[in-house]
Design a protein around this ligand. Structure first.
Ligand code: E4P
Length: 214
């Protein structure tokens, strides 16, 4: 399973990349706003750090505006993936970009049928949001299982990016289901590396090392 990092914070991206954990990056308008930097500037800097797919989201709600934004974003670097909302206009733009050979990530997916529609329109990636479903007492991981089954039933090419990840269990469940990618906040990546017995083991080894004659 590939790991994307879900942030526009270049410091976090550099650190996670040094750990060998970053196969790609996803951003969204909220994450860009949190970075406090200009959109194109931060996306360009990310392309200089990570050699993998980097999702940059359009703001327009109509096909022509989405295509105009996508065309400019795609010029930044060949690794740019255009993130589009899961709407009829977003699907239309996905189809247009697919025909032009530009990769897309259809975002804000909350049902398996939305994922199927995005895949049929030619999306490279679909992004179902598990955390936001859990937040409203719906089964986020349940739709990942359903999307996996549907895509396997019909040999769909689109890759499933599990998005809106909140904790290590989301990542574990995604791997067990066979999702292609998890896009993970840096804090959750660090949580995945932690175990109290690892820490206790290191402490004990260092204490015992002090007893070794020098
Ligand atoms: C990634 O593509 C999504 O935009 C992101 O995972 C959403 O996460 P959130 O629900 O924590 O905002």
């Amino acid at each position: 399973m590939k790991f994307f990092i879900d942030t526009a914070d270049v410091k976090e991206i550099r650190e996670a990349n040094e750990l060998g954990l970053v196969d790609g990056v996803t951003t969204n308008p909220s994450l860009i706003a949190k970075s406090g930097r200009r959109f194109e500037e931060v996306i360009k800097e990310i392309t200089e750090i990570v050699d993998g797919p980097i999702s940059a989201e359009v703001i327009s709600l109509e096909h022509d505006g989405m295509i105009a934004e996508a065309t400019e974003l795609a010029k930044i670097h060949p690794n740019i993936v255009i993130k589009l909302p899961m709407t009829p206009e977003g699907l239309k733009a996905t189809k247009t970009l697919h025909k032009r050979g530009i990769k897309t990530n259809v975002t804000l997916i909350f049902t398996p049928m939305q994922a199927l529609l995005a895949a049929k329109a030619g999306a490279t990636y679909v992004s179902p949001f598990v955390g936001r479903l859990d937040d409203i007492s719906q089964d986020g991981m349940g739709i990942i299982q359903e999307i996996r089954t549907i895509f396997d039933n019909y040999g769909m090419d689109a890759e499933i990016i599990v998005a809106s990840i909140r904790n290590p269990i989301h990542v574990l469940d995604s791997a067990l289901i066979g999702a292609d990618i998890c896009t993970i906040p840096y804090s959750v990546m660090l949580q995945l590396a932690k175990h109290p017995l690892t820490d206790a083991g290191i402490k004990k080894f260092l204490e015992d090392w002090e007893k070794v004659p020098k």
